[in-house]
Ligand binder design. Structure first.
Ligand SMILES: Cc1cc2nc3c(=O)[nH]c(=O)nc-3n(C[C@H](O)[C@H](O)[C@H](O)COP(=O)(O)OP(=O)(O)OC[C@H]3O[C@@H](n4cnc5c(N)ncnc54)[C@H](O)[C@@H]3O)c2cc1C
Length: 393
C-alpha cells in the first residue's frame, strides 16, 4: 500500500490525503481563528470529522477503521488538518490515543459493547494518565484502583485531560499495586457516579481543544473494564506512544507547512503587485531552512508510521519524529513571523495567523512526552542497541 523507498503514498492514500486537504481548507480553516480566540470546542468540526470517518481511523475495520496503513492514514489526516487548525487535528490524535488501551487490551465482549457506542454513537474518548504530581514520570501516578469482589473502585485526580469535558468514555490509568509503576488501564463511562469534571485548563495554544481536570471519587467499574492484564498499564501506555508520537510529529509538520504557506502567499502577492523585496536574502534563507526541515520531518514521521503499521520496532524513530518535527515547527513559525513583519509590516492578518500557529506549535513540544523526555528515549535506545541492554543511571 505504501512505497517505503520514496515515502510516496499509494493512489488510495494520495486520494485520501487530497480529500482531507479539501475538507480542511474549505470547512475547517474558516473557523480556526475564531475557535482560538474564543477558546470553544467546535461541535460543527467534530460532526464533520465523524461524518468523514476520521475519528475511528485506527479502530478495527468492523468498527469503522480504515483497515490497512492506519498510522500512515492517521498522520496524513492530522497533517492536512493541522495546516489550518491544530486544535481540530488534535481531536483525531486523542481519539486514537484514548481508544488504543480499549482496542489493545479490551476483551472481545467489551469491544463489541463499546466500540460501536463510539463509532456509531459518536462518543469521544479521553485518555487520563497525567496527574498534578505525575506527568513525565508516568510511574509516579497516585490514582488507585482496588479490587472489591467483581468490581474495581477508582480514586484519584487527573489533569490536562484532552476531551475531559466532552468525552463519553475514559481510558484511565490507575495503580493496582503498592509497587511503583504497577498500574492498569480501565474503561470508565462518563455517567459513572463519582466521575467529576473539574476546571478547564487555560492553554497557550490549541485553544479549540477541550482540556480539563477529571476527578474520580469511589468510581466503581465492573472487573471486565480492566484493559489488558492487571499491572500492564505502563506497557500499554508505552505502546500507545509508538503510534501517537509520529501523529504528534504530523501535527507539528502540518503547522509548519501552514506557516510556510502564509509566507509563500505573501511573496506571491508582493510579486504580483510589482513591489520590491526588502532583505530578500533573509527571506530566502528562512524559506530554504524551513522547507528543508519540513522534508526531514516528513521523512522521520512517515518512516516511523510505516514501521508501526508493519508491526516493526520503531520506538526510537517515533521519538525522533515527534521531537524533530515539533522543534522544527517552533523554529519555522518563529522565523516566518519575523519575515512576515519584514514583508507586510507589524501585525498583519497573516502575521496573526502564524502567531496562532506559533502558540499551537509550542504544545507539540510538550504533550505525548516532552522533548526533553524524547531525547532521553532516543539516547537510551541508541545505547541499548549498541550494548544490548539499558545502562544503570
Ligand atoms: C495541551 C495539553 C494536552 C494534554 N493532554 C493530555 C491528555 O489528554 N492526557 C494526559 O494524560 N496528559 C495530557 N497532557 C499532559 C502531558 O502529557 C504532560 O504535560 C507532559 O507529559 C509533561 O508532564 P508535566 O506537565 O507534569 O511536566 P513534568 O513531568 O513535571 O516536567 C516538567 C519539566 O521538566 C522536564 N523533565 C521532567 N523529567 C525530566 C528528566 N528526567 N530529564 C530532563 N527533563 C525532565 C520536562 O521535560 C518538563 O520540561 C497534556 C498536556 C498539554 C499541555
Amino acid at each position: 500500500m505504501f512505497d517505503q523507498s520514496t515515502l510516496i503514498p499509494t493512489e488510495m492514500l494520495k486520494e485520501f490525503k487530497e480529500k482531507i486537504h479539501l475538507i480542511a481548507r474549505e470547512k475547517i480553516a474558516p473557523q480556526a481563528s475564531l475557535v482560538d480566540e474564543e477558546e470553544f470546542f467546535n461541535r460543527e468540526v467534530e460532526s464533520l470529522l465523524w461524518d468523514q470517518g476520521l475519528l475511528t481511523l485506527t479502530f478495527p475495520e468492523e468498527y469503522g477503521g480504515i483497515g490497512r496503513d492506519q498510522t500512515v492514514a492517521l498522520c496524513l489526516a492530522v497533517e492536512e488538518i493541522a495546516k489550518y487548525c491544530a486544535a481540530s487535528a488534535l481531536l483525531l490524535i486523542i481519539q486514537a490515543v484514548g481508544s488504543f488501551p480499549i482496542i489493545y487490551g479490551g476483551s472481545e465482549a467489551l469491544k463489541k459493547k463499546y466500540l460501536p457506542q463510539m463509532s456509531q454513537g459518536r462518543k469521544l474518548v479521553a485518555y487520563l494518565v497525567t496527574e498534578p504530581w505525575a506527568g513525565s514520570d508516568v510511574a509516579g501516578i497516585r490514582t488507585t484502583a482496588r479490587r472489591v469482589g467483581d468490581a474495581y473502585i477508582l480514586n484519584g485526580a487527573k489533569c490536562f485531560s484532552t476531551n475531559g469535558g466532552v468525552a463519553g468514555i475514559y481510558s484511565v490509568l490507575a495503580k493496582t499495586s503498592e509497587e511503583r509503576g504497577k498500574s492498569s488501564f480501565f474503561l470508565v463511562e462518563r455517567e459513572t457516579p463519582g466521575l467529576q469534571i473539574g476546571r478547564t485548563e487555560r492553554k497557550l495554544g490549541q485553544r479549540g481543544s477541550n482540556t480539563t481536570e477529571v476527578f474520580l471519587d469511589e468510581v466503581r467499574v465492573p472487573a471486565e473494564h480492566l484493559l489488558g492484564k492487571e499491572g500492564e498499564g505502563f506497557l500499554i501506555a508505552m505502546k500507545d506512544f509508538d503510534m501517537s508520537r509520529p501523529a504528534i510529529g504530523a501535527q507539528a509538520l502540518g503547522i509548519a507547512e501552514g506557516a510556510v504557506e502564509m509566507l509563500l502567499q505573501s511573496i506571491e502577492e508582493r510579486n504580483h503587485l510589482g513591489k520590491s523585496f526588502p532583505d530578500y536574502q533573509i527571506i530566502q534563507a528562512v524559506l530554504a531552512e524551513a522547507t528543508t526541515l519540513i522534508e526531514a520531518s516528513r521523512g522521520l514521521i512517515y518512516r516511523a508510521a510505516i514501521l508501526h503499521d508493519e508491526g516493526r520496532s520503531h520506538t526510537k524513530l517515533a521519538s525522533m519524529a515527534k521531537c524533530f518535527a515539533s522543534d522544527a515547527a517552533m523554529k519555522i513559525t518563529t522565523e516566518v513571523i519575523d519575515v512576515l513583519q519584514i514583508l507586510e509590516g507589524l501585525g498583519s492578518p497573516r502575521q496573526f495567523e502564524v502567531e496562532r500557529m506559533f502558540r499551537d506549535a509550542k504544545l507539540t513540544q510538550i504533550f505525548e512526552g516532552t522533548n526533553q523526555i524524547q531525547r532521553l528515549v532516543i539516547a537510551r535506545q541508541t545505547v541499548k542497541e549498541r550494548i544490548g541492554r539499558s545502562i544503570k543511571e
